[in-house]
Ligand binder design. Structure first.
Ligand code: ATP
Length: 336
């Protein structure tokens, strides 16, 4: 199966072509870079409007060159798009593009949940059966595991997503977006200072630690020390809850998803925790961790094969689309 995937929930205007037979995934992404501050929804939508046609054209060109002739119709079986969660103005542009393409190419339309796609690309690239997934992305932070036909949210942030929390601190310090890689670099020279650590059962909160981090910085604590301590506490919280999720489900497989998953310290903590309990840990390669259309195309192909397609009238986007709203049609029903 060959699927064109389109992603555009926030900053990444991205198109991809996945080919199930060769396991080849081509991804073309055009990133929105805010001139100042964080992501402005209107500017991000303008970026989608301008960049989506370009990345789609490049992906279709790749599909023609690789799987057919340059003058042939695009050899695509379905068009998959990210339906949500994400910024409404961005999602609407991607939804409109996907509907138009599916109609023009005369192929079915598949609506993919962005967070389930973060999980499934980890499961797919690791060849895991039934992992717990830690989604550590910009706008989200949660643990998912499969049970009775759905991915259940076992634990989640009580306030902001993990990447957004880090980005808020770096904006305060005056660093450009995205902040995560800058915190990671600065943390290398830091020492631990006391900051809040908030885990309540399976849930966790970042607002207290972020206010304390800003305050510590304003009071003259070296920024390297604040960055180091932020990483230790925030990632320590995520690791603790991941371990609890493994223990609760009895799973011995953990996959990581989301852009913050590119952080080496987070991966190190999770790998060490898994190692200690004899579980396997998998973090997909960076191009599949940050927002990308490859994960949309790969899950889109599985959904298409399961007959899980959309009629145009019911293909509205959903900015608050939760992963546990999605009936998992692409896994054998005997699993629970
Ligand atoms: P979502 O998938 O929830 O819609 P998103 O669209 O914001 O989130 P992602 O691509 O998953 O996007 O993640 C982007 C986030 O990842 C940003 O907040 C960025 O600061 C963070 N990030 C990127 N690299 C690193 C890193 N090395 N360490 C920590 N955070 C990072």
């Amino acid at each position: 199966t060959r699927v064109l995937g389109i992603e555009g929930t926030a900053w990444a205007a991205s198109a991809a072509v996945s080919d199930s037979e060769s396991d080849d995934v081509f991804i073309e992404t055009d990133a929105y870079q805010p001139e100042s501050g964080g992501i402005h929804p209107r500017e991000a939508a303008e970026h989608m409007h301008e960049a989506i046609p370009r990345v789609v054209e490049r992906a279709l060109e790749y599909a023609r060159e690789t799987f057919a002739g340059p003058d042939s119709a695009p050899p695509i079986h379905a068009v998959a798009f990210s339906r949500g969660p994400g910024l409404g103005p961005c999602l609407r542009i991607v939804g409109t593009a996907a509907r138009a393409l599916a109609q023009t190419l005369e192929v079915p339309l598949v609506g993919v949940n962005h967070m389930v796609a973060h999980l499934e690309i980890g499961r797919h690239t690791a060849d895991f059966d039934d992992p717990v997934c830690l989604n550590a992305s910009g706008a989200n932070a949660h643990l998912l595991a499969y049970r009775n036909g759905r991915y259940r949210v076992l634990g989640e942030t009580m306030d902001t997503g993990v990447g957004n929390a880090i980005d808020k601190f770096t904006r305060h310090v005056g660093w450009s977006h995205p902040g995560g890689p800058k915190v990671e670099a600065a943390a290398e020279d830091g020492e631990y200072v006391d900051l809040p650590y908030v885990v309540k059962g399976m849930d966790f909160s970042f607002s207290g630690i972020m206010s304390a981090a800003k305050q510590a910085y304003d009071n003259g604590t070296p920024v390297e020390d604040v960055c180091y301590s932020l990483q230790e506490n925030v990632f320590g919280m995520l690791t603790e809850v991941s371990e609890r999720a493994l223990s609760l489900t009895g799973s011995d497989e953990l996959v990581l998803g989301g852009g913050v998953g590119q952080n080496a310290r987070l991966r190190e903590m999770l790998a060490e925790m898994c190692n200690q309990r004899g579980a396997e840990f998998h973090a997909p390669e960076p191009r599949f961790l940050r927002d990308n259309a490859g994960m949309i195309a790969v899950l889109g192909a599985k959904m298409y094969e399961a007959g899980d397609t959309l009629v145009l009238e019911e293909s509205r986007v959903d900015p608050n689309f939760r992963p546990d709203q999605v009936p998992v049609t692409w896994r054998p029903t005997a699993e629970s």
